[in-house]
Each structure stands twice: as structure tokens, then as C-alpha cells.
Design a protein around this ligand. Structure first.
Ligand SMILES: [Zn+2]
Ligand SMILES: [Zn+2]
Length: 202
């Protein structure tokens, strides 16, 4: 079982400030992992498709999800679909199973009226909001029963095909920089990188 508390400190450090939405990501990510019965992704065993965009609270939520699941932009095992929903699907690529989790509509609606968000609307930066406002909300998120704020789908089959990564590189004929081969373009029978190809096409 994954305990989101174990990832709280590293989550705050990684995220950069204390807020209620990063812990929401920790809780929701852990709930999805426990529904699937999986451990944190060491490499790309887990893949996550997140339906958020760039809206307020969404970025904080996704930082919590990345922290607890090990699905990271660096490893490219997370993708955003920009649907503007506080929801995601976590895929266990080994078992070919997945689960979709969303914040309950009423809960998220109420959260957007919290004193924390009211301060944010007045232009106060999250790191400048005082602990007497932030801490009770954060604790509320960490202690709340899952069924009060998360809608967790049944586990379902998910066909996932792993793309083959390449270790092959070559030099751009124009700038001489090393490039992964699948990104080299053929321009006048020479292999060139994308920026050099764009310059030659102008
Ligand atoms: Zn935040
Ligand atoms: Zn080049």
C-alpha cells in the first residue's frame, strides 16, 4: 500500500510551496496506485494521462501526482490532454490495467471557494499565504476519507503498447551537434537537425 504521507515532504520541496492542491495530487495518485496494486514507477512501468490544462490548482495537483506515482515529464510517462478536468487515468503497463480518478465535482467546487483560493484571487502568491490559512486546508486534504473527494473507477483493461526508445545518435551536417537519429531531417541528401532544417527552408 502506498501511503501519501511518505511523499509529503519531498512533494513540498519539489513543488516549491505549501498549498492544498499538491497534497490532493498525492492523495489521488496514491488512491489510483492502491486500486491497481502497484508500486511507484521506477522506470516507465506506470503511465499517466492527465486531463488537466494549465489552470489554477491543476499544476499543483499534477506535481503531487508526479511525486507519488513516479510518472514524470523527464521520463515521458505522463501526458496532459488539456481537457480542463481534475481527472487522470493511471495505466499499469505490465498488467495492462488502468483506473480513472477524478476529484468529485462538488468537492472541487467548494475547494475553489476556500480562504486559500480567495487570497490567490486577490493576487497573493501561494508562498505568501499565511500558515493559519494554508495548514488547516492541507491537513484537511491529507486526512479526508477518499470517498469524500475522489471518484475512483473500477479497474479496467487497457491495451498499452510500449514505444521503442532509441539510443542511436548522429551529428547534424550543418551545426555539428549530436542528435537522436529519429529527429534528423533529410535536406538536400544531408542529415540535419530540426532548427538547421528550418533555417535552410526559409
Ligand atoms: Zn501549489
Ligand atoms: Zn544543426
Amino acid at each position: 500500500m502506498i501511503n501519501p504521507r511518505d511523499y509529503f515532504d519531498v512533494g513540498i520541496q519539489f513543488h516549491g510551496h505549501k498549498c492544498p492542491a499538491m497534497p490532493l495530487g498525492l492523495r489521488a495518485g496514491a488512491a489510483a496506485m492502491n486500486a491497481l496494486g502497484v508500486e511507484r514507477s521506477q522506470d516507465k512501468e506506470l503511465v499517466m494521462v492527465v486531463e488537466t490544462g494549465d489552470d489554477h490548482a491543476a499544476g499543483c495537483f499534477v506535481d503531487g501526482l508526479m511525486t507519488v506515482t513516479g510518472c514524470t515529464y523527464g521520463k515521458s510517462n505522463i501526458k496532459k490532454t488539456y481537457m480542463g478536468k481534475m481527472a487522470f487515468t493511471l495505466i499499469d503497463t505490465k498488467q495492462q490495467k488502468a483506473v480513472r480518478v477524478q476529484l468529485k465535482a462538488e468537492f472541487f467546487g467548494k475547494m475553489l471557494q476556500s480562504p486559500f483560493v480567495l487570497q490567490r484571487k486577490q493576487g497573493v502568491l501561494p508562498q505568501d499565504i499565511t500558515a493559519n490559512i494554508t495548514d488547516p486546508l492541507v491537513e484537511g486534504v491529507m486526512n479526508r476519507a477518499e470517498e469524500e473527494f475522489l471518484a475512483i473507477s473500477p479497474v479496467f483493461n487497457y491495451h498499452f503498447e510500449k514505444a521503442k526508445g532509441t539510443f542511436d545518435t548522429d551529428l547534424c551536417a550543418v551545426c555539428g551537434e549530436r542528435v537522436f537519429v529519429h529527429k534528423l531531417q533529410n535536406v538536400n541528401n544531408e542529415k540535419v537537425c530540426i532548427p538547421c532544417a528550418e533555417k535552410q527552408n526559409k
